[in-house]
Design a binder for this molecule. Structure first.
Ligand SMILES: [Zn+2]
Length: 249
C-alpha cells in the first residue's frame, strides 16, 4: 500500500486537489480507553485509522484526522481512559463535517471502531444532513465488518484477536502479547456482549468490569503476518466496495 497522508500531514493545495477531484472525506472514529495490559489505550483510534488508510487507498478521498477520543464512560473504572460526553462528540463531528462541506465535500464517510460512539454518530449525521442538503453521509462500522467476515472463531471481543490485528498491522511495537495473561471468563463476556448488541431489548453497561473484570476477554488464535494481511485487506475491501456502491463511484 502506498503511503496515505492524513489531512494534518498535507499542505493546503494537496488537500484542495483531493477535495476537488473526489468531493469525498473519510473520517476515522475510535476512543481512548483501556484494552488490558497488552494493547495501547489508543487501540480503537489506531484500528479505525489503519482501516481508513486502506479504504482511502481503494476509494480515494481526503483522510481527515479526528480527535482520538470517543464516548466511553463504561471504561472509566480503569485509569488512563478518557471519555467525551456524547454532546461533545456530536459537536466535534458536526463542526468538522461543516468545515469540510464549506470546502466542497459532498460525500462523507465515518469509519468507526468503537461501539459506544454509535448514538453520537447517528445524531451528528442527522444534524449535518439537515444543515447541508447536498451531502450524503455513510457510516461504516469496521469492527462489525471484521466480525462478520473473520469473527466466526474468535468473535468480536474487547482486547481479543480482532482488536490486536489492526494494531499489529501498523504499530506492532505497541502490542505486548506476552502480557495477555489475564483474560476474563469468555462465556460471561460473550453473554453480556450478545445482550448489549441485541437490537430488540438491551442495556447500556455502566461499568465494563461487570462484564469482564480484568477489562478484556477473548481468544487469540492467530496473529501471523498472513492473518493480519487477510483481515486488514478483506475488511477494507468490503468497506470500499460498499462505499463505492453507495456513492456510485
Ligand atoms: Zn476496542
Amino acid at each position: 500500500m502506498k503511503k496515505i497522508k492524513t489531512l494534518m500531514e498535507m499542505t493546503n493545495p494537496e488537500a484542495e486537489k483531493i477535495l476537488e477531484e473526489t468531493q469525498m472525506a473519510i473520517i476515522p472514529l475510535g476512543s481512548v480507553e483501556q484494552h488490558g495490559s497488552h494493547l495501547p489505550l489508543g487501540t480503537d483510534y489506531y484500528a479505525a485509522e489503519s482501516f481508513a488508510k486502506r479504504i482511502v487507498s481503494k476509494t480515494g478521498g481526503l483522510l481527515v484526522d479526528f480527535a482520538p477520543f470517543g464516548v466511553t464512560p463504561l471504561h472509566m473504572g480503569f485509569k488512563g481512559t478518557v471519555t467525551l460526553r456524547s454532546e461533545t462528540m456530536i459537536s466535534l463531528m458536526t463542526d468538522i463535517v461543516s468545515s469540510l462541506c464549506r470546502h466542497g465535500a459532498k460525500k462523507i464517510v465515518f469509519i468507526n471502531w468503537h461501539e459506544r460512539n454509535l448514538p453520537a454518530i447517528e445524531i451528528a449525521t442527522e444534524n449535518s444532513q439537515n444543515e447541508f442538503e447536498e451531502i450524503k453521509i455513510l457510516i461504516v462500522h469496521a469492527h462489525f465488518i471484521a466480525k462478520e467476515k473473520y469473527g466466526k472463531i474468535v468473535g468480536l471481543t474487547h482486547g481479543g484477536e480482532l482488536e490486536i490485528l489492526p494494531v499489529l498491522a501498523d504499530r506492532p511495537e505497541l502490542v505486548h502479547l506476552e502480557l495477555a495473561t489475564d483474560p476474563s471468563p469468555i462465556q460471561k463476556g460473550q453473554k453480556s456482549d450478545k445482550f448489549r448488541r441485541d437490537p430488540s431489548i438491551y442495556y447500556i453497561p455502566k461499568d465494563v468490569r461487570s462484564m469482564y473484570k480484568t477489562g478484556w476477554y477473548g481468544k487469540i488464535n492467530d496473529t501471523s503476518d498472513e492473518r493480519i494481511k487477510e483481515v486488514m485487506n478483506g475488511t477494507s475491501s468490503e468497506a470500499a466496495r460498499r462505499i463505492k456502491e453507495f456513492f456510485k463511484i
